[in-house]
Design a protein around this ligand. Structure first.
Ligand SMILES: C[S@@+](CC[C@H](N)C(=O)[O-])C[C@H]1O[C@@H](n2cnc3c(N)ncnc32)[C@H](O)[C@@H]1O
Length: 467
């Protein structure tokens, strides 16, 4: 099997949409064959034919905002075999035994591929189980409490039986095992334990509605690196900053996958420059503007800091690329049809600690936010190249007395001759029977990035400039 397992970011719909968009439009052509709220199973058109395809996977991992790990899949086990081997209540012992033998035979085969050399080796592995959904009862009651200990023990025995000198496994904290509330190991733990080395492995058991995919982690996100950029830059303001992951994901929705070095990206609400810092990491030519001189200075300082950290030369006239201007005057500062993409988060209004009243939000939208988005689209149209895209965040306010309230961004964008681009292509996504795994019609067009109970949620939109 030449398929790969992608562990998705915490916002799985956004991560899946981002991945699908890359598989459709970038050099990494392929398709998502199956998915859950935690993993995507990917078949590439050509990637595995390349000799150094692992390097390519690393490039893809680096580019994606919503991908925690990528693993190579070795085997698939039908979901009925798993249910037979690990039922809620054991009634038919023979059936259980038979199904467990099938699973063990498959694991035996997989281990030879995961560890090319077993004889006389000291081996270490971590088992990570990704359920269909973390709130599945089957996960907390059966997979964590029975399947995981079974795997840990049986893998160890198979390795010893095959001649390993030592076989040790990663032990999850007892309290999480007991409660059934367990998170598989995070990418930084994969790095810390050297699980990408030859004699060490993270073995992923990833569930979908169809069955269980067994994979070995090949590449992992380096969150320490992203966190360093986010937290150690000279100027930061977490309250108003978008996350590094979201910045990367939004950049990918601009569909600029080739020759990034020559592509010009603008953030007209640059703030402390989060979007630009990650655009720079992705090789783009970065430009920005803000009506607050302090913010202009901060983002220039931050960009200089990042370039020094990366030991890369400072581009000529960098200071000239970050302008102080109100968004309504953008086209006076940048030439017409100049940019290949705009990626931005405008001001989302005041920072509410608790739900505001509906009337207050309505007034904010009508008097401040709508006019701001209108001038943004008006100016964006002038300075973007034809068929180029803008990826933009808009707020959804959860109000005390009027439910969720938002701006009609689609109407504004269409008025300024932009076309709405669906974030996920309905024809490329397979059907799922569990409602929690389905994409609603609305989320095909725009996706939300928010934690539960957040007062201001971010909604992400993509538009393309029409001729
Ligand atoms: C939400 S912050 C952007 C944060 C940025 N995405 C980050 O993560 O650092 C919005 C920025 O827009 C700027 N701004 C607000 N109104 C503006 C306007 N009318 N024209 C230009 N910039 C504006 C503010 O000064 C602020 O720096």
């Amino acid at each position: 099997m030449d398929d790969f397992l992608f562990v998705l970011g915490s916002n799985w719909q956004l991560s899946l949409a981002e991945l699908d968009n890359c598989l459709k439009n970038s050099e990494f052509k392929g398709r998502i064959k199956d998915y859950s709220a935690n993993i995507a199973i990917v078949e590439f058109d050509n990637l595995v034919k390349e000799k150094y395809y692992v390097n390519k996977l690393m490039e893809l991992q680096f580019m994606l905002g919503g991908c925690q790990k990528i693993g190579k899949i070795y085997e698939f086990i039908n979901i009925h075999t798993i249910f037979n081997a690990f039922p809620y209540i054991i009634e038919n012992f023979k059936e259980v035994e038979k199904a467990r033998i099938i699973i063990l035979k498959i694991i035996d085969k997989v281990l030879i591929e995961i560890f090319p050399k077993i004889q006389n080796e000291s081996l270490f592995y971590a088992v990570s189980i990704y359920p269909n959904l973390f709130d599945d009862e089957y996960y907390s009651k059966i997979l964590v409490k029975h399947f995981l200990p079974f795997l840990n023990k049986e893998i160890m025995e198979i390795l010893i039986q095959k001649g390993a000198q030592k076989a040790l496994y990663y032990q999850y904290p007892e309290k999480y095992l007991k409660s059934g509330n367990l998170n598989p190991i995070f990418p930084h733990v994969v790095i810390k334990y050297g699980l990408l080395n030859k004699d060490r492995a993270e073995i992923i058991f990833g569930f979908t509605e169809e069955g269980l995919y067994i994979a070995r982690t090949f590449t992992t996100d380096d969150p320490n690196f992203k966190r360093k950029i986010d937290e150690e830059r000279p100027f930061k303001e977490f309250k108003s900053s978008i996350s590094p992951k979201l910045a990367l994901t939004m950049l990918n929705f601009l569909n600029l996958f080739e020759k990034r070095k020559s592509k010009k990206i603008l953030d007209p609400f640059v703030g402390n420059g989060t979007v630009l810092l990650f655009a720079l990491l992705q090789d783009f030519q970065v430009y920005g503007s803000d009506n607050n001189i302090k913010k202009v200075e901060n983002s220039i300082r931050n960009i200089n800091w990042l370039l020094e950290e990366l030991e890369e030369p400072i581009p000529l006239l960098l200071n000239e690329r970050i302008k102080r201007t109100d968004v309504e005057n953008l086209s006076e500062f940048f030439e017409p049809n100049f940019f290949d993409g705009i990626c931005t988060e405008p001001t989302l209004g005041p920072y509410y600690h608790k739900q505001p009243y509906y009337n207050r939000v309505k007034e904010l939208i009508e008097t401040e936010l709508e006019p701001l988005y209108k001038v943004t689209f008006r100016e964006a149209y002038k300075i973007l190249k034809h068929n180029s895209r803008i990826c933009i965040v808009a707020p959804i306010f959860s109000t005390m007395d009027g439910g969720d309230t938002q701006i009609n961004i689609n109407k504004i964008a269409i008025n300024y001759k932009f076309k709405s681009i669906p974030m996920i292509d309905a024809n490329r996504i397979i059907n799922k029977s569990n409602q929690k795994l389905q994409f609603r019609k609305q989320s095909m067009r725009n996706l939300i990035d928010a934690k539960k109970d957040q007062v201001i949620k971010r909604k992400i939109y993509v538009f393309e400039k029409k001729k």
